[in-house]
Design a protein around this ligand. Structure first.
Ligand code: SF4
Length: 263
């Protein structure tokens, strides 16, 4: 991971910063939506506390895996915090990389779905239609970031009373047989966008954020509209510290990582 991150970081440093934002916005300029959602993750701030992972679980009604499920590789986490080491012993520093769905512009998981259960929205989200999914797991096999999970859990057995009381009523409770992954908390986006539309205005920067960003006490994660050149996320990714995971694959993620040096 560390080598890959170094390589992609250097590749990003050599690029024209403004050009990246332009390239991201271009396919969506005519998509009819004023929004193009994206995220920045500042790795120099991350302490690896895991609050974002817990918040994601609670917000999105993720099934709870026990030790037996985990041993069988059946845990479900829409985001994880990877750890990597920099330096040589004894001068070693631990670093952490929160990884969630990268909502790739050229998402490799989308064209392999035989029933179009995963698709790209006009707002640039990698969408997932649960009640269309037939569980072939082709998307998971074609996902280079390993952020898609097959749900092995019967919801009725997983969320027994009184656990069911903690479910988020704004989010579907999935059951065994479907693929799932980070949605950028799309329910929050939809609700706020509907309210804004009723008030005949656009969403303002900072009006919505994801559960992971909201729960991070170190302000590692910034979520917002990439089509707004003045949004916090657009400002953050204009930094020379910017890079994207597995950049060489050409997947064009909208999750930008920041690492090393000054902004
Ligand atoms: S909550 Fe923030 S500091 Fe903690 S692991 Fe997540 S991104 Fe890192």
């Amino acid at each position: 991971m560390a080598d890959l991150m170094t390589a992609t970081h250097e590749a990003a440093h050599g690029a024209d910063h403004g050009a990246v934002q332009g390239a991201m916005a271009a396919p969506y300029a005519g998509a009819g939506s004023p929004y193009r959602w994206g995220m920045s993750v500042d790795l120099d701030r991350c302490t690896g506390c895991g609050a974002c992972v817990v918040a994601c679980h609670a917000e999105n009604n993720l099934p709870i895996a026990g030790p037996i499920d985990t041993d069988e590789g059946r845990s479900v986490d829409w985001m994880r915090v990877e750890r990597y080491w920099e330096g040589h012993y004894p001068e070693v520093t631990a670093h952490f990389v929160p990884v969630m769905c990268q909502h790739c512009t050229n998402a490799p998981c989308e064209p392999v779905c035989p029933v179009f259960a995963t698709y790209h929205t006009p707002e640039g989200l990698n969408g997932m239609v649960y009640n269309r999914c037939i569980g072939t797991q082709y998307c998971q096999n074609n996902d280079p970031y390993n952020v898609r999970f097959f749900n092995w859990f019967e919801a009725a057995l997983n969320f027994v009373e009184p656990l069911a009381n903690q479910l988020n009523p704004d989010v579907t409770v999935r059951s065994r047989g479907v693929m799932e992954k980070c949605t950028f908390c799309v329910h929050r986006i939809r609700e706020a966008a509907a309210d804004a539309k009723a008030e005949e205005r656009l969403l303002e920067d900072g009006e919505i954020t994801t559960a992971c960003a909201q729960s991070c006490s170190a302000n590692v994660i910034t979520f917002g509209n990439l089509l707004d050149p003045h949004s916090k996320v657009s400002t953050a990714i204009a930094s020379a510290r910017r890079f994207r995971l597995l950049e060489a694959l050409g997947t064009e993620p909208v999750v930008y990582y920041l690492k090393g040096g000054q902004a």
